[in-house]
Design a protein around this ligand. Structure first.
Ligand SMILES: Cc1cc2nc3c(=O)[nH]c(=O)nc-3n(C[C@H](O)[C@H](O)[C@H](O)COP(=O)(O)OP(=O)(O)OC[C@H]3O[C@@H](n4cnc5c(N)ncnc54)[C@H](O)[C@@H]3O)c2cc1C
Length: 382
């Protein structure tokens, strides 16, 4: 019988893991990849969506275009996970596995932040970004708060990118002078592991008159006021929020989480259950919640699964290193390369914002689209 590998979640982690397994082992394995959605959306595409650069159809890469030998992609909702038994229940039935990889990403929890409504005043979900794309053209100036409701959250630079892109957007509409942008962030600086990146972002904020409020989170959003956890009340005509992130309910209910996330060995992504791995945003690895790190973790797990199936030693270790592109506005992009796991402490290298780095970011997206979705993925960027 072929080894049964069950992968929950076809996001950055699940797509890369199943693609690598298929490339290496072809149809000698039986991989089932489960996702509830119609297609995959890059996190950064939500900013493009919100600022009207692309529409929902353009940013969604349909799972029907994912075809890999040895892999079945099923559109089902995971409703229960028995990690001990490697048995998963979905809205369609039950799946049993020899190896189980949970890559269900981070979910959003607005229950502790009154006034933040999914799909309305946050830009971290596709529906929220799409909704705000309809709201922004009607905004006539005033106080805007880009506010983070809790840490850790996906893609630490994304709220800063939002503030800088918003400035460009409002300037193009002649509203820069009549608008004040404030960014509230629980982190002490925009990108803590890279002081150079944080300095460049803070300089860009200063040039544009954007106020940065560090070490604070949004506690609630009221009529025309945003209340912070330190009691500060900020005037607000438009709120663009980052909801509190946490592992999905189904993962919490499975008993796999501690403090809202799945504890794993950061180097191997093993959970405390034999043959069960957690990859990507839901795993507590000490590495940021970003696609590029989910991808590195997925490749590590793929290499160790291949070694196991071949009876070889499992030597692959999660690099915990990757590059994040940062939108600076004015068509310029910066890049920060951060290595979290190879040294005694995280270390980041900043590459200054330029128009040339836009081509790098585009290649980052197009290479993944082509790798995961073949010809349809290549055409998507044209
Ligand atoms: C605004 C924004 C900007 C970002 N910019 C960047 C960037 O520039 N670079 C970068 O590297 N990262 C960026 N990110 C972060 C990146 O999107 C995530 O870190 C990455 O997608 C995590 O990968 P993952 O595989 O862990 O989870 P995901 O990619 O989120 O995939 C999880 C999958 O699980 C599925 N799922 C969840 N629950 C269920 C269920 N019960 N049943 C079935 N399926 C389920 C979901 O549909 C989803 O497809 C950004 C994120 C945001 C929000």
């Amino acid at each position: 019988m072929k080894p049964r590998i069950l992968i929950l979640g076809a996001g950055f982690g699940g797509l890369e893991l199943s693609t690598t397994l298929s490339e290496t082992l072809g149809d000698s394995i039986d991989v089932t990849l489960i996702d509830q959605s119609e297609g995959f959306v890059f996190g950064f595409a939500k900013l493009d969506l919100m600022f009207g650069r692309q529409d929902v159809k353009a940013v969604r890469h349909r799972y029907t275009d994912f075809a890999k030998p040895g892999v079945r992609l099923l559109r089902e909702v995971v409703t229960g996970i028995d990690a001990q038994g490697k048995r998963v229940t979905t809205d369609q039935g039950v799946h049993e596995a020899d190896i189980l990889v949970i890559a269900l990403g981070a979910d959003y929890d607005v229950s502790g932040t009154p006034g933040v409504v999914l799909g309305r005043n946050e830009f971290y979900s596709v529906s929220g970004a799409a909704h705000l794309a309809g709201v922004l053209p009607g905004f006539g100036g005033g106080d805007v708060v880009v506010g983070v409701c809790g840490a850790p959250y996906k893609c630490p630079p994304a709220p800063s990118e939002c503030a800088l892109m918003l400035h460009d957007y409002l300037k193009a509409r002649g509203l820069a002078q009549s608008t004040r942008i404030t960014l509230v962030n629980p982190l002490p600086s925009p990108v803590p592991p890279s002081p150079d990146t944080s300095k460049a972002i803070l300089e860009a904020f200063a040039e544009r008159g954007i106020t940065f409020v560090p070490n604070a989170r949004v506690a609630s959003v009221e009529d025309k006021v945003v209340v912070l956890d330190n009691g500060t009340r900020l005037p607000c005509d438009l709120f663009l929020g980052v909801p509190k992130n946490r592992a999905a309910d189904v993962v919490v209910a499975s008993g796999l989480t501690e403090g809202g996330w799945v504890p794993v060995d950061p180097y191997t992504l093993r959970t405390r259950f034999e043959g069960v791995y957690a990859v990507g945003d839901l795993a507590n690895t000490g590495v940021p919640k970003a696609g590029v790190y989910a991808e590195g973790a997925a490749r590590t797990v793929a290499a160790n699964i291949v070694a196991q199936l071949r009876g070889e030693e499992q030597t692959a270790r999660n690099p915990g290193a990757g590059s994040c592109y940062i939108e600076f506005g004015a068509n310029r992009i910066g890049r920060v390369d951060v290595d979290f796991l190879s040294g005694p402490k995280p270390f980041g290298t900043y590459h200054g914002a330029s128009e040339a780095l836009r081509a790098d970011k585009e290649t980052f997206g197009s290479s993944r689209r082509a790798r995961w979705f073949g010809a349809a993925g290549e055409q998507a960027g044209e």
